[in-house]
Design a protein around this ligand. Structure first.
Ligand code: UFG
Length: 365
């Protein structure tokens, strides 16, 4: 494990926020917002889905530049208990924000054991070390996927979970939620907040950090932006015969900066023991064709697409009731679909190959 030692940590005497998976897409945007709010931040990441930079992941180097502040970084796997214990010994930790997880739906069907081990055992190892060190505040990165096929819309937090989840990735989020609920029921001094994200997209307004998927994107927005920038010839629209206004799937797309700010809004909850659950979305659904249209307007590029068969496991529509987060956290998404597309496009234009250099070493980056 790399990273700072007790000797060179001079400015970490106050409480810090420990962010697992802080080098990833949602993680790096959240780290940036935390730094801007004057929190000291420590990141643990195993770089499985984040580009290396110099001494830190590339995303965190950019975050440091954007904020003018430093992030402490430790390359470590959550399954490595002794590495975790070493990190916990170095700091006084206020809260852990836990993003680190494998998240590719299709891959999870191929490699269920890897997903269960990494996402579930990684979390239980983290929880054991937290308990050992007396850190009992956690914000968990959950997903709207726990709702499975929705029985009603918009989906609120009372909607049943765990039924009809179509892939192992989704089940890992559901199982971890159940583990955390059981923990809070058994040990009354824990405070856990489950944040159920809908569809995070977009990028920081600078265009210097953003989503950088490994290989062909599984998700709509990064695929669309890679078509727009010329990395891929065309988009496949999965299904044109859903029971939706234009026949394509409807989702609740949420700007990643709004989502990051949702974590800061949830921080005061950690002084209240128990398990708190919030949807984070915008409350509005947009279809695939509406997203394509908005992206075309933002980028002034033509997005070539072809409507093909439905993708197995997809639901027709899923969007959130976010009124609980507004009432209890004072949080509400501020940014529109146009903002999401404009920022995703800025990131994609400035970083055609994400955080990596062009594959041929050429100069079109
Ligand atoms: N879609 C396409 N073409 C693509 C990719 C997606 O038409 O190349 C469509 C999908 O069929 C769907 C919509 O775009 O209608 C959104 O698909 P995404 O893959 O972007 O998002 P999902 O809603 O399927 O999945 C996301 C996250 C999951 C999470 C889930 C919870 O990726 O991690 O939301 O609902 F579990």
């Amino acid at each position: 494990m790399d990273g700072p030692t007790a000797q060179n940590i001079v400015n970490m005497s106050s409480e810090v926020i420990l962010v697992t998976g802080g080098a990833g897409f949602v993680g790096s945007h959240t780290v940036l917002e935390l730094l801007n709010a004057n929190w000291s931040v420590v990141v643990i990441d195993n770089l499985v889905n984040a580009a290396k930079g110099g001494s830190k992941p590339a995303s965190l180097e950019r975050v440091e530049k954007l904020t003018g502040k430093k992030v402490e970084f430790h390359e470590a796997n959550l399954l490595d208990r002794s590495a975790l214990t070493r990190v916990f010994k170095l700091y006084t930790i206020h809260t852990v924000i836990h993003f680190a997880a494998l998240k590719a739906v299709g891959e999870s069907v191929e490699k269920p054991l890897e997903y269960y081990k990494n996402n579930i055992n990684g979390t239980t190892t983290l929880l054991e070390v937290m308990r050992e060190k007396g850190v009992k505040s956690l914000i968990f990165s959950s997903s709207a996927t726990v709702y499975g096929c929705p029985k009603y819309l918009p989906v609120d937090e009372k909607h049943p979970t765990g039924v009809a989840i179509t892939n192992p990735y989704g089940r890992t989020k559901y199982f971890v939620e159940e583990i955390l609920k059981d923990l809070c029921a058994a040990e009354k001094d824990w405070s856990v907040t489950l944040l159920r994200y809908f569809n995070p997209v977009g990028a920081h307004e600078s265009g210097d950090i953003g989503e950088d998927p490994n290989g062909p994107p599984n998700n709509l927005m990064p695929y669309v932006s890679q078509v727009a920038v010329g990395r891929r010839p065309q988009l496949q629209v999965f299904g044109g015969d859903y029971d939706t206004p234009d026949g394509t799937g409807v989702r609740d797309y949420l700007h990643v900066v709004d989502l990051a700010r949702g974590h800061l809004a949830a921080l005061p909850k950690v002084s209240i023991p128990g398990c708190h659950i919030y949807n984070l979305g915008t409350g509005s659904g947009y279809s695939v064709l509406q997203v394509i249209d908005a992206f075309q307007r933002a980028s002034r590029q033509k997005i070539k697409y072809q409507v093909v068969a439905r993708r197995p496991g997809d639901v027709a529509s899923l969007y959130a009731d976010c009124s609980l987060a507004e009432r209890e956290l004072g949080w509400r998404a501020q940014l529109s679909l146009d903002d999401m597309c404009a920022s995703a496009w800025r990131w994609q234009q400035k970083n055609k190959y994400g955080f990596s250099p062009p594959p041929d070493g050429g100069a079109d980056h």
